[in-house]
Design a protein around this ligand. Structure first.
Ligand code: MEV
Length: 420
């Protein structure tokens, strides 16, 4: 390892760019791109900052949730996700869109012990619960300012000397990871002092069980088949069967849930929230019965297709980088989000309509046609077409059965020589 690598963190962003450019023989264009995407403010958000990696952002339209219409910013590299979210939303409009309700909005943290006398721990926590909560809150009094409060303190025996003290907190407007860590640290020190036993660690859990959102929707059959109710009834029946498969088969459940997360994550990223936490809690919840299952389910009722999705969602409107990433702030304004409850609900609503669009496409024309239209553009860009050349190149690519990158490059070269 050379000196620059060892002292990489002491270099300025400009010096790091210069070093990397030399090391990896980046071209002048590449160096310019890396430099032009960098900002001084974002250099403060990660260690060893080099540049800012950008992803496309689109706006999903048509979503009506709890009788309010939304325009939803979605950040994703996957073609057709934004179009599918808009189409999924459109299908639910006849019947009032999506209805969302919050089943809980709290975060749980754990103080983890090994080699502890569980009875001693349980008795101490039970006898001193009020005082322990009061002292924990003293570590982060601004919790109250954000509309939060401490809820429960529970002791769990994890067998063989392992135990967890679970602190559940309503974190108010903040996502609350930092708040929780402060509260846990305070509690950990108190427990260590009084029990004479040092806990292994204290950390929030991402299981999300205390923060569930439930969304439902109805879809009339005609909406599933371009106005043809009879054909739509068949589509609805096949969606129900595919939904049932996601309850039985893990392989299908994973892909079913991936489609839901296409919508959820794109919105979570757009709002500057922690999508890894959202993913982890979603999959843990999907496996809560001991078998991994599809998160959204679809059934036939009242001569309609009925969808339901319940999943953990614990996003923040303040704190973390939600305030420091300028686009995250703008995106909240675009989505017209008033509070954290609405933010969490909108993410889950988007997951349900995204799933609807995916399942409908899968049981009717398949996802390929929707995907391909946008994949052609991808191919054209990958071949080196400028935005102005993309439209012409896409028209040529569409005429081929399975165009490859080599085809795109060849056709682009033809286009360029034609225009000379
Ligand atoms: C593709 O990104 C997502 C789908 O595979 C989801 C699904 O299969 O339900 C279409």
């Amino acid at each position: 390892m050379n000196q620059e690598q060892r002292s990489f963190r002491f270099l300025t962003p400009a010096q790091r760019r210069q070093y990397i450019a030399q090391q990896r023989a980046l071209s002048a264009d590449q160096v310019a791109m890396v430099k032009n995407n960098a900002t001084d403010a974002e250099a403060l958000l990660t260690e060893n900052y080099l540049t800012t990696y950008r992803l496309p952002e689109g706006i999903a339209v048509n979503l009506l949730m709890n009788q309010q219409a939304y325009q939803i910013p979605m950040v994703t590299e996957e073609p057709s996700v934004v179009a599918a979210a808009s189409y999924g939303s459109l299908m639910t409009l006849d019947d009032g869109g999506v209805v969302a309700q919050t089943l809980g909005q709290a975060l749980t943290g754990q103080i983890l012990f090994e080699g502890i006398d569980f009875e001693q721990l349980r008795m101490f926590v039970t006898a001193n619960e009020v005082e322990l909560k009061r002292r924990a809150l003293a570590e982060h009094p601004s919790l109250i300012d954000h509309g939060g409060q401490i809820k429960t303190l529970i002791v769990r025996d994890l067998a063989d000397g392992f135990a967890s003290v679970d602190l559940t907190v309503d974190t108010g407007a903040a996502m609350g990871a930092n708040t929780m860590n402060d509260l846990l640290n305070g509690l950990r020190d108190q427990l260590a002092q009084h029990l004479g036993h040092q806990p292994l660690t204290a950390i929030l859990t991402n299981d999300g069980q205390a923060s569930l959102v439930k969304v439902t929707t109805q879809v009339s059959f005609a909406r599933l088949a371009k106005g043809d109710a009879a054909a739509g009834a068949g589509v609805a029946q096949r969606i129900v069967s595919l939904s049932e498969l996601a309850q039985r088969d893990v392989s299908r459940a994973v892909t079913h849930n991936k489609g839901i997360m296409n919508g959820v994550d794109a919105f979570v990223v757009a709002t500057g929230n922690d999508w890894r936490a959202v993913e982890a809690s979603a999959h843990a919840y999907a496996a809560q019965t001991g078998q991994y299952r599809g998160l959204a389910t679809w059934q036939l009722r009242e001569n309609k297709l009925n969808g339901e999705l319940t999943m953990p969602m614990h996003l923040g409107l303040v704190g973390g980088v939600t305030a420091s990433l300028p686009l995250a702030k703008i995106n909240r304004q675009i989505a017209d989000i008033q509070d954290v409850t609405e933010l969490n609900q909108l993410a889950v609503a988007l997951g349900l309509v995204q799933n609807l669009a995916a399942l409908r496409a899968l049981v009717s024309e398949g996802i390929q046609p929707g995907h391909m239209a946008l994949q052609y553009r991808n191919l054209a860009l990958a071949a080196g077409a400028t935005p102005a050349q993309v439209i012409k190149l896409v028209a040529k690519l569409k005429a081929l059965t399975r165009p490859t990158l080599a085809d795109a490059k060849r056709l682009l070269a033809e286009l360029l020589s034609d225009s000379k």
